[in-house]
Design a binder for this molecule. Structure first.
Ligand SMILES: Cc1cc2nc3c(=O)[nH]c(=O)nc-3n(C[C@H](O)[C@H](O)[C@H](O)COP(=O)(O)OP(=O)(O)OC[C@H]3O[C@@H](n4cnc5c(N)ncnc54)[C@H](O)[C@@H]3O)c2cc1C
Length: 383
């Protein structure tokens, strides 16, 4: 009988896993890939749109373009997951799986930060980042505060990149000398696993006059006083606030009973959950890597290899090594690359290359290759 694989979520993890299983097994496996969004958007494309470097249309990749042997894409909202029976309810009907993969990512609780939606902006949702294109285009300079509201949060370098890109953006418009940029971060360093990358970022902040406020988070935006309130009781005046909202699992995951302390626990080597033949990958888990696409993808690869081996009747041996390569935008068309490894029980290690203008090409290739593999079409991220 054909193995039924149901993949919940077509982000980095779900797309890579589905592609590999289709390539190896074709029609020998039935893969159902379910997502409620009509298109995929890279996290880094949110910054490109926000800073006016790309149009929203350019960075949306419609799921309707997915044509792969053995794969059916279902456009629907998942409304219930029973991990024991591997039964899934959606707005487009129900599905039963022999192997279930939960790759539903993290969603955001914007209302958990008082005042954020009233007098601030968040740049982590697709809608929030895209709406900021117009807000930034109309900004005449002033006090810009970029702030993180809680941990964990996706792509820990993204707020630092946003501060550097904001500096470039304001300079290009002749507004930098009338502006201040302040970054509020929960960690002591911009990228704690890589002291070398952190040092390069802190030097770039110092050169560009970006204020760095470590080891604190944004608790609220006070609508009466128009101040940002921080966890250390400090208050900051602002003209433009860009926030990273509180993260949580999608409600359907919380209701499934699979979470412990807010996220799905998995075996860090095999990505197996506590339920037989149910895997979870990426941001929805507490696997121990940062919440970033490259790690979701790497976990998707391991689960795909395990599914392929089991379908082909081979021993299932693939294990996750915790490695990921992240690209960091420094502004002025310079990009750095951090190669980082997270292994359970070991200190994470990360090496830095760059920043250089040449590494921009690596980042472009990173995006282009994935769109070619996942969606079968040519695309270039904007540089
Ligand atoms: C500003 C910004 C910049 C970033 N830059 C980078 C970067 O340079 N490199 C990098 O590696 N990462 C980056 N990231 C992080 C990256 O985008 C995420 O970590 C990554 O997308 C997580 O992949 P995932 O597969 O775990 O989940 P996701 O990609 O979030 O996919 C989850 C999918 O599940 C779907 N879904 C959720 N709930 C339901 C439901 N109930 N029914 C149906 N579908 C549902 C969603 O629509 C979504 O498509 C960035 C993030 C941001 C916000």
């Amino acid at each position: 009988m054909t193995t039924r694989v149901v993949v919940l979520g077509a982000g980095f993890g779900g797309l890579e896993l589905t592609t590999l299983v289709s390539e190896a097994c074709g029609d020998d496996v039935s893969v159902v890939l379910i997502d409620q969004s009509s298109h995929f958007v890279f996290g880094f494309s949110k910054l490109d749109v926000m800073f006016g470097k790309a149009s929203a249309d350019h960075v949306r990749h419609p799921y309707s373009a997915i044509v792969k042997d053995g794969v059916q894409f279902v456009s629907a909202t998942i409304t219930a997951i029973d991990p024991t029976s591997r039964h899934v309810e959606t707005t487009a009907g129900s599905f039963d799986a022999d192997i279930l993969v939960v790759a539903l990512g993290a969603e955001f609780d914007i209302s958990a930060t008082p005042g954020l939606s009233d007098i601030g902006h968040e740049f982590y949702t697709v809608d929030g980042a895209f709406a900021l294109q117009e807000v930034l285009a109309n900004f005449n300079g002033g006090r810009v505060v970029i702030g993180v509201t809680s941990t964990p949060f996706k792509c820990p370098p993204a707020p630092s990149e946003t501060a550097l890109l904001m500096d470039e953006f304001l300079k290009e418009r002749g507004l930098r000398e009338f502006s201040e940029i302040t970054l509020v971060m929960p960690f002591g360093l911009p990228i704690p696993p890589s002291p070398e990358a952190s040092q390069a970022i802190l030097e770039a902040f110092a050169e560009r006059g970006i204020n760095w406020l470590p080891e604190r988070v944004v608790k609220a935006l006070n609508v009466q006083t128009q101040m940002v309130e921080l966890s250390n009781d400090q208050e900051l005046p602002f003209d433009l606030f860009l926030g990273v909202p509180v993260h949580r699992v999608p409600s359907v995951v919380a209701e499934s009973g699979m979470t412990v302390d807010g996220w799905i626990p998995v075996d860090p080597l095999t990505l197996e959950t506590a339920y037989p033949d149910v895997y979870a990958v990426g941001d929805v888990t507490s696997v121990g890597t940062p919440k970033a696409g490259v790690f979701s993808e790497g976990q998707g690869v391991v689960v795909a290899e395990r599914i392929i081996a089991s379908v082909q009747g081979r021993a299932v041996t693939s294990e996750y090594g915790g490695r990921g390569i992240c690209y960091l935008e420094f502004g002025s068309h310079e990009v750095a690359k951090v190669d980082v490894v997270f292994r359970t029980g070991e200190r994470p290690v990360g090496d830095l290359v760059g920043p250089t203008p040449e590494l921009m090409n690596d980042k472009v290739q990173f995006g282009s290759e994935r769109i070619q593999r996942w969606f079968g079409r040519q695309w270039r991220p904007t540089v």
